[in-house]
Design a binder for this molecule. Sequence first.
Ligand SMILES: NC(=O)c1ccc[n+]([C@@H]2O[C@H](COP(=O)([O-])OP(=O)(O)OC[C@H]3O[C@@H](n4cnc5c(N)ncnc54)[C@H](OP(=O)(O)O)[C@@H]3O)[C@@H](O)[C@H]2O)c1
Length: 231
Amino acid sequence: MRIAVLGTGVVGQTLAGKLAEVGHDVMIGTREPRAALARTESPNEWSPAFGAWHASHPTMGVGTFEEAAAHGETIINATSGIGSLDALRSAGADNLAGKVLIDVANPLDFSHGMPPVLSVANTDSLGEEIQRAFPDAKVVKTLNTVTASLMIDPQSLADGDHDLFVAGNDAEAKTRVRDWLEAWFGWKRFVDLGDITGARGAEMFLAMWLRIAASEGYMVNVKVVRPVALS
Ligand SMILES: NC(=O)c1ccc[n+]([C@@H]2O[C@H](COP(=O)([O-])OP(=O)(O)OC[C@H]3O[C@@H](n4cnc5c(N)ncnc54)[C@H](OP(=O)(O)O)[C@@H]3O)[C@@H](O)[C@H]2O)c1
């Protein structure tokens, strides 16, 4: 499948690298390809510099957000939550229309220091903002509640008996995304949060996730315990 991964940070790198490894034709999107490829200094302690990462993945396609979105049959939004709407506007509504848009972003605002706060919450979410801005895209919110390396390796990096949330208006798109996440990365357990308003819960979970990660480390996820079947 031709896949656009919008985002050059650790999430974009991790998802694009794995998707190419399992045989997909991936293009990474960025605001300015030449500037992104020239980066040799890590922006933060958890993101390798994109130029250094690309040097070890030299065949990975890199283009503008628009070029990548035109390339992809499926789009993954792995941009900073604060910049996601601008990034997707640059990608172009026509390049998103009719396609599944997997939104892994969190609307984290670091401008007040650590821990970050959510720039949208309670009665709205980034997933909904994206769906409203691009009504012809099939937005599926998922993967935003786990750290990048766990996204692509849920079975060996943490006990495989844990859950991933999905939310979106298009039931068929959600089913396809679940099937893909199982085939690409090995995800087996999902909790369907319903329509795209379910993104509110998935994004607000970040406040809890940050506290759990501070206590237990980043390689954590939740397991939803189901009722015991009564005989
Ligand atoms: N880090 C994790 O483990 C993790 C886990 C779950 C979810 N997430 C979410 O995944 C997303 C990506 O996280 P990340 O840590 O890989 O990278 P990030 O630093 O949050 O985002 C980097 C990407 O955002 C783009 N960007 C930043 N500001 C922009 C703006 N104003 N307009 C357009 N694009 C802009 C950058 O474009 P350029 O390429 O042009 O610089 C870059 O591609 C975030 O929303 C994050 O909350 C992260």
